[in-house]
Write a new protein. Structure first.
Length: 324
């Protein structure tokens, strides 16, 4: 999948040229509207969260962009990639890492110039593009390379769904529907800190921040939902799906093995399987001692789907029956 042609914008190993400094200054002044924000299926990664992102590619494929987040020349590429990944509806996540701020990652990936694009499947990086892509290369990426990556992931057992972080009324290009009136804010007021932590892959810290919001306002359904998602990803977002499923199959009476595989089901969007697995587990008389811990996990899961989801109503009713 790697491209033969290599046209680096500038070298990360040496001094940045004057032209790149000009573009950086323009970006800082906002002449191009600023860098496209993370959110949805797009996250920003640092050296601190890089390992977690790599591990998440055991669950779903990741498209990794090494760029310069304060250089406006890369903004259109970042928007195009966000649009492509969004169109896959959870089939892939776009992770962006700033090359200037994370030199160790640049060195580890042997990046010679930015932008550089990799696919990650099962923790293995696959070079896709280096240097500023042409329109033809972006088209090839969207129509051929990304579908190949998704197919490769599925053949390797990496079949999970990438998490959707936050919400946005803007499309991938940052445009809004003017006819629809003023856009709603992408991040609810007060959620900014928690959202930023989640977007950076710091799920434990994000869950703690969302917990504070829920404690402050027990009716904040979005904070409860995001907290549950972050707890889910903090526990098993980095797990090897094949290992987790094998452990659950071998240890059918082990509550932790069943909780872990239910997490994997939820991350993969298999909500009915997750609910059914845990409800079936506590329906076994020998497993009744684990009722409290399984109930706690299910209540956490119940915050994730829409309140009108019929799977949620059925699972709640069955849990009540099993409890009483």
């Amino acid at each position: 999948m790697a491209q033969d042609a290599y046209r680096p914008s500038f070298s990360l190993a040496g001094a940045v040229d004057l032209e790149s400094l000009k573009h950086k200054a323009e970006a800082q002044m906002g002449e191009e509207g600023g860098a496209p924000a993370a959110g949805g299926y797009v996250i920003d990664v640092t050296e601190a969260s890089f390992e977690a992102m790599v591990n998440s590619s055991n669950t779903f494929p990741v498209l990794l962009l090494v760029w310069m987040q304060d250089d406006q020349r890369f903004f259109d590429v970042a928007r195009a990639l966000a649009r492509m990944v969004t169109a896959l509806n959870g089939g892939m996540q776009l992770a962006r890492i700033d090359g200037a701020s994370n030199p160790q990652i640049v060195q580890a990936l042997r990046v010679q110039g930015v932008p550089a694009l990799f696919a990650l499947v099962g923790g293995r990086p696959i070079p896709l593009l280096q240097g500023m892509p042409s329109e033809a290369e972006l088209t090839q990426l969207e129509e051929t390379l990304l579908p190949q990556v998704v197919a490769m992931a599925q053949q390797s057992g990496v079949t999970g769904t990438a998490p959707f972080v936050g919400d946005s009324s803007a499309d991938a290009s940052g445009a809004t529907d003017e006819a629809a009136g003023p856009a709603e804010p992408a991040i609810p007021a007060g959620h900014e800190t928690a959202h930023a932590l989640a977007a950076a892959g710091q799920y434990d810290q994000a869950a703690a921040e969302y917990a504070k919001l829920v404690e402050r306002d027990p009716h904040d359904a979005e904070a409860a939902r995001q907290r549950a998602l972050c707890l889910l990803l903090a526990r098993n977002g980095q797990s090897d799906v094949r290992v987790v499923r094998a452990a659950a199959a071998e240890r059918v009476d082990d509550v932790q093995a069943q909780l872990d595989v239910a997490d994997v089901d939820m991350i993969g969007g298999q909500i009915s399987d997750a609910f059914g697995r845990l409800l079936d587990f506590i329906a076994v008389p020998a497993h009744r001692e684990h009722l409290a811990v399984v109930r706690e996990r299910l209540v956490e899961y119940f915050a994730i789907p829409e309140a009108s989801d019929p799977r949620l109503k059925a699972a709640r009713q069955r849990l009540m029956t099993l409890m009483y």
